[in-house]
Write a protein of this length. Structure first.
Lengths: 343, 915
């Protein structure tokens, strides 16, 4: 005779057994006992074949299906639980991790952002301007004499614009035109930096690129002095290259500043000891600076008797090259991922 | 310019060793970029005389020489040079000597003959690269056949003792005559300082910086009694272009090599020795900085020099044998028949010094810089001479320089110097005094340099300085009032000013209202008073009266004014600021103590800050999505415009470096493709790059310039790994990334508009629009394979490009907080059967419209067609979530909304609910 509560009984048994499971081994025992080829369910199904009464068959069938579902899912759940533990123990953790695509900023962007951060901390505002400039902003307003070689076709890119006077537009040779644009618009005090692309007609080689990037700073107010210029520039180079860096200002000539100075910094490779890179001088040339020429101020309607100012410029690639030890400027514009991924 | 340490030391007797001198020069603006030690390093090389010279038997080129080296016992030396000959005076390396390159002289046996020493070539000595034969110090009178291509180095005229008697002492060290140790500085002279393009000029700077005396070369010119003026007349037709023209004539010279020491100096400074006459002009150029030219007097027709502008199209052959077609802008030195020199640039072939020249005309002129610059540029000739003239030489130097040259010619080429300089000076140089305020210097530099020191510095530079009487008082006034007062005075005429009554300074009341009081602040008001002071002075008012006027307005200030007259060689000193720089240089830039910038931190302007911050955010967002930033040149080849179908017209350069860099880029597509090609050929399989950069297009007649943001992807969805499989990128990967990106940059409600876009594959491109499709922001999709092919790419490339300026306008919306849900949501799943053509976006729009405001999310989870779905139809299945912010929703209301959605979809697009 068949106990119609057979499956209820089995369910109770299984529930009890589950509570006693401790490890994956126990789970496997349980699986064999209930779901295995010679397990209880297998036996039950052979019993089913013996039933003739349709009511019995239906009743038994439903109970069988319910129990099978319960047992299977309960044991799978257990297997999963204990298998995880098993994985932690057994998987080879020295296998490499899963890779993901990782993006990144261009090294020149990283340097530019760093420079901007430093100057913003010193109270400078970021200004920008067009790269295609008129000769007024690029040369005239910057006090560049008409005979100056910078105006030559061999030094500067001019644009071929059918609608304009010939040689009236250039690709800006420095970011300084933005100084003029700012001073035309705004009265002192003015304290800006101007990052951006600039162009010069240099054949590309390890240290030249026809397009490159600059940052330029300008400070105009009452009582601005050469000592302020030295202090700000020194603070900047220390921030970017380290506290042991010193600067050297030596007289130079730029049309838009006077007195003008070329800024050298302690060689970042030998820290001033003298090496091959700095030609044993201990110094490296970084960029121009000086007090804004009174002609420039007058040109934008700022009275040089009342206001004074200074400006400086520096090349982004140069800083990046020194900081990262890159020896060829062209790498920055070739966009080889094997290069870019190093930053 | 190159400069010799020894030569500088002849001008100024400094103690500085070469490196210290270089440092000093650098600190005052003469940047020494390098130091080269020159001179003979080899020891034991002496002057010898070849007594006998016979061929070594059974050889075709070796000679056996007996050479007197002053020891009494002649040395036997085997020499292989073709030019060795009896009677020559030659350098001899003794046994034990070490020559350039470490070659050691030993006693050797050659073809059975013992050789004890070596007769050296210039190269072996390290003097020059000349190695074709031995260096001959003095030829035998019997054998005057220098080897081809090299000038004879020494001629009997080197011997001051006269012909026949040797100048050289046999056995003396060679360095007594040639190859003296020296240090050659490579000096960067800035364009504003042509006066420093000579040893005199640099020495003057050294003298000014050290206070040591500047010594001019001393020489005594012996003139003949015959006056030069009867032999030459000078006519200047273009005095604007040639304000001064001075000449001397030396007759009866003998052209020969110049003395060894002069050759040495020239060679060390990069000038090739030619002959005594030409070398003297070059020597004086390097010494004094004034270019000279020597003509063969006999080639000048009718004893007349005419300085005139060239005719348009006039032909002229320069001494380097180049024919030039001249223009009216060129200045020509001519005689009555022909041009003989391109003024200030280069002499003519028709009048140059020849080996048999006897009478020499030495020209020393002052040409106006701009004209020389134009000629040099237009004719494509740059010479040592034009280099200096176009920057500006000293017009007052011509007499001294031409005397100096005549003296040296006479000394080393003989002849007689005709009496007097023929000097035509139609446009006298005028010196313009410049006012300099001590206060101005110290205020700009933040220094405390004494007035007296300022005068001393300037005098050392050759300026004449008159320091004006100092008058010193103070003023105390309201700034507002003061500015008004000065402004009034500046507009007033002189009579008005002098008849002013004593002004009552009414400042007491205003102190009470408490604004902006200046007391004893000389600088702020300094500029205004200075202007007034200048106005009064220009009117001719004596200084005592000026001080009275200033007192009348209750304002007195201290002025220490130097009236500075710059020397004739300093054309760059014509403003006060120019003098400030001179003081700064000589005081020392390094003595200005760095200060922290004074002043209140300036307020940031949000309108300017925002774009910069947004750009950072754009870049950061893409980096987070796995993109690598690239930066490409903005200069591109013209072919880009043909390869990538941008609609605008590109901007062309007038003077490109090369064909490859002839245009400005219109868009970033070609730049990114080039980067992709580069990396694909380097073996990269997965590329995800972007660039933020400017693009340029023709806009009317001028340039339109704008920002672009573009990116490119190719390869797989994720990197290959051992752990699971990857697959190629597809359209929806790109779309997903774009959606995420736009979300990250807070772009408010972008609209995607599928379209056949030029540059993208048909059926695989989408415009991103804003503001109800009014504003085209960008586009993305699969790059047109035809475009890729022109760049050599044959794999699918996914691309997007946005207009950066529009992004800056529409992105960066500030997110607004929505309270977190407090009530549970109700979920339903619906599947619709619709026409296969129907855009999912359309169906979604309808469902949202009918779902009401409680429909929180609507998410497609299955797209299906095929078995069970009729042809021409597709099934779209959605998860719906409903939620209210105010209460728990009931099943009946949710069912109602679902029904509305189903009915709406059925009514509008005939969607059939699948159960």
């Amino acid at each position: 005779m068949i106990d119609m509560r057979y499956f209820e009984h089995l369910t109770d048994l299984l529930k009890k057994a589950i509570k006693e499971v401790n490890c994956a081994e126990d789970v496997e025992q349980l699986r064999i006992k209930y779901l295995g080829r010679k397990g209880l369910l297998s036996k039950a199904s052979s019993t089913f074949r013996l039933l003739e009464d349709p009511d019995h068959r239906r009743y038994f069938g439903r109970g069988f299906a319910e129990f099978k579902k319960f047992a299977t899912s309960a044991i799978e759940e257990l297997q999963e639980k204990y298998q995880k533990e098993q994985h932690i123990v057994k998987v080879d953790l020295t296998l490499p991790g899963r890779k993901v695509f990782s993006g990144g900023l261009h090294p020149l962007t990283l340097i530019m952002d760093e420079i901007i951060d430093i100057f913003r901390g010193m109270g400078f505002v970021v200004e920008t301007g067009p790269e295609a400039e008129t000769i007024y902003y690029n040369f005239d307003a910057l006090n560049t004499p008409h005979w100056h070689p910078a105006r030559d076709l061999t030094d500067t890119f001019y644009l071929d614009l059918p609608g304009e006077e010939p040689m009236s537009y250039v690709l800006r040779t420095e970011t300084s035109p933005v100084q003029i644009r700012t001073m035309e618009r705004q009265k002192p005090p003015i304290r800006i930096i101007v990052p951006g692309r600039t162009y010069r007609k240099d054949k590309p080689d390890a240290s030249h690129s026809p397009c490159f990037m600059q940052v330029e700073g300008l400070y105009v107010d009452k009582g601005v002095t050469f000592a302020d210029l030295k202090g700000t520039v020194l603070a900047f180079y220390r921030a970017i290259f380290g506290a042991d860096i010193d600067t050297r200002f030596r007289p130079h000539f730029f049309p838009f500043t006077e007195p003008s100075a070329e800024v050298d910094v302690t060689c970042v490779f030998c820290r001033g000891e003298g090496c091959r890179v700095c030609k044993k001088t201990g110094w490296m040339e970084m960029g121009g600076s000086g007090m804004v020429d009174p002609n420039v101020l007058e040109g934008v309607g700022i009275d040089p008797e009342i206001y004074s100012g200074w400006a400086f410029g520096l090349g982004i690639e140069r800083i990046a090259m020194l900081k990262y030890g890159v020896d060829d400027i062209r790498l920055f514009y070739e966009n080889d991922l094997r290069f870019l991924e190093q930053f | 310019m190159k400069a010799s340490y020894n030569w500088l030391k002849e001008f100024v007797d400094f103690d500085h060793l070469p490196e210290k001198l270089a440092e000093l020069m650098t600190n005052i603006g003469l940047n020494v970029e390098g130091i080269d030690e020159v001179g003979l390093t080899c020891r034991d090389v002496v002057v010898g005389k070849v007594l006998t010279c016979k061929p070594v038997p059974k050889t075709d080129h070796l000679s056996y020489c007996e050479v007197d080296v002053g020891t009494g016992e002649p040395l036997g030396i085997v020499c292989g040079a073709p030019n060795v000959a009896e009677g020559q005076i030659v350098p001899v390396a003794l046994v034990g000597a070490e020559l350039a390159g470490g070659f050691k002289i030993e006693k050797r046996k050659l073809r059975g003959v013992v050789s004890t020493g070596m007769i050296c070539s210039e190269k072996e000595l390290g003097i020059s690269e000349e190695a074709a034969g031995i260096m001959v110090l003095e030829y035998s009178p019997l054998d005057f056949t220098p080897i081809e291509g090299t000038p004879p180095l020494v001629h009997p005229y080197n011997s001051r003792g006269g012909e026949g008697e040797s100048f050289f002492k046999i056995g003396a060290p060679l360095t007594d005559y040639v190859g003296k140790q020296d240090w050659i500085f490579d000096v960067e002279v800035t364009i504003n300082r042509p006066d420093c393009l000579s040893h005199l000029g640099m020495a003057r700077e050294i003298s000014a910086a050290t206070g040591l005396e500047l010594k001019m070369p001393s020489f005594e010119l012996q003139e003949d009694s015959e006056p030069a003026e009867v032999k030459i007349t000078i006519e200047i037709e273009a005095p604007d272009k040639c304000p001064r023209y001075s000449v001397r004539i030396v007759e009866g010279v003998k052209v020969a090599p110049s003395p060894l020491w002069m050759q040495d100096r020239l060679r060390n400074l990069g000038v090739r020795p030619i002959s005594n006459i030409v070398d003297v002009t070059n020597y004086v150029l390097l010494e004094l900085g004034h270019p000279l030219h020597a003509f063969d007097y006999h080639f000048i027709a009718e004893q007349k020099i005419i300085v005139r502008t060239a005719e348009d199209g006039e032909k002229f052959i320069t001494l380097d044998d180049d024919e030039h077609k001249l223009q009216k802008s060129d200045l020509l030195i001519a005689d009555s028949e022909k041009g003989i020199a391109l003024a200030g640039v280069m002499g003519g072939l028709n009048s140059e010094i020849m080996d048999d020249t006897e009478d020499v005309l030495l020209e020393c002129a002052y040409f106006e810089p701009v004209g020389i610059r134009i000629t040099s540029r237009d004719r494509g000739i740059s010479s040592e001479s034009s280099y200096r003239f176009e920057r500006g030489v000293d017009p007052e130097m011509t007499l001294y320089a031409v005397d100096r040259a005549a003296y040296l010619v006479h000394e080393y080429a003989g002849g007689r110097v005709l009496k007097g300089v023929v000097d035509n000076y139609p446009k006298q140089w005028q010196s313009k005094p410049v006012k300099l305020r001590t206060e101005r210097v110290n205020k700009l530099l933040a220094t405390n340099i004494h007035s007296r020191d300022i005068a001393v510095f300037l005098e050392r530079l050759g300026c004449k300085v008159k320091t004006c009487e100092t008058f010193k008082t103070e003023h105390s006034l309201w700034r507002e009032d003061f500015e008004k007062l000065i402004k009034g005075l500046l507009e007033m005429d002189m009579d008005g000013i002098t008849s002013l009554p004593m002004l009552q300074v009414r400042w007491n009341e205003k102190v009470k209202s408490g604004v902006d009081f200046i007391k004893g602040d000389p600088f702020d008001s300094f500029g205004d008073i200075w202007k007034l002071f200048n106005k009064l002075q220009e009117s001719g008012m004596p200084e005592s009266d000026i001080s009275k006027v200033l007192e009348k307005i209750g304002c007195n200030v201290s002025f220490q004014i130097h009236e500075v007259t710059p020397p004739s060689w300093r054309h760059d000193l014509d403003r006060e600021i120019d003098l400030v720089e001179e003081i700064a240089r000589l005081h020392g830039y390094d003595r200005v103590i760095p200060a922290a910038s004074s002043g209140v931190p300036l307020l940031f302007d949000e309108a300017k800050e925002r774009p910069r911050r947004l750009v950072s955010r754009f870049k950061q967002a893409l980096v987070e999505l796995g993109f690598r930033e690239i930066i490409s040149p903005s200069l591109v080849p013209q072919t880009d415009a043909e390869r990538y179908p941008y609609q605008e017209k590109p901007v062309k350069l007038l003077n490109p470096l090369s064909e490859d860099l002839s245009h400005l880029r219109i868009g970033l597509g070609p730049s990114l493709l080039r980067a992709a090609v580069r990396n694909l050929s380097a073996g990269q399989q997965n590329i995800r790059i972007f660039e933020w950069g400017k693009s340029f297009r023709m806009d009317g007649g001028t340039v339109g310039e704008g920002w672009r943001l573009a990116g490119l992807l190719t390869g797989n969805i994720r990197p290959e790994s051992w752990i699971d499989n990857t697959r190629e990128l597809g359209f929806f990967d790109l779309k997903g990334l774009i959606e995420l990106f736009l979300n990250k940059i807070s772009l408010d409600k972008p609209l995607f508009n599928p379209y056949d876009i030029a540059g993208l594959s048909d059926g695989c491109g989408i415009f991103v629009d804003m503001e109800d499709r009014e504003l085209r922001t960008g586009q993305f999709g699969l790059l047109d394979p035809a475009v890729c092919e022109t760049f050599g790419v044959d794999i699918p490339v996914w691309f997007f490009e946005f207009d950066g300026d529009i992004l800056l306008k529409v992105a960066g919306a500030v997110p607004q907080y929505r309270p977190l849900p407090r009530y549970p949501s109700a979920r339903r799943d619906l599947a619709f059967q619709v026409d296969a053509e129907l855009h999912a976006e359309r169906l979604e729009e309808i469902l949202r419209k009918h779902g009401g405001k409680q429909l929180e999310t609507l998410e497609l989870f299955d797209l299906f067609s095929g078995k069970g779905i009729p042809a021409g139809k597709k099934s779209l299945a959605y998860h719906l979530t409903f939620r209210s912010t105010e209460r728990t929703l009931s099943d009946t209301e949710v069912d109602r909304w679902v029904k509305q959605m189903i009915d709406g979809a059925a009514a509008e697009v005939g969607a059939v609910l699948r159960s």
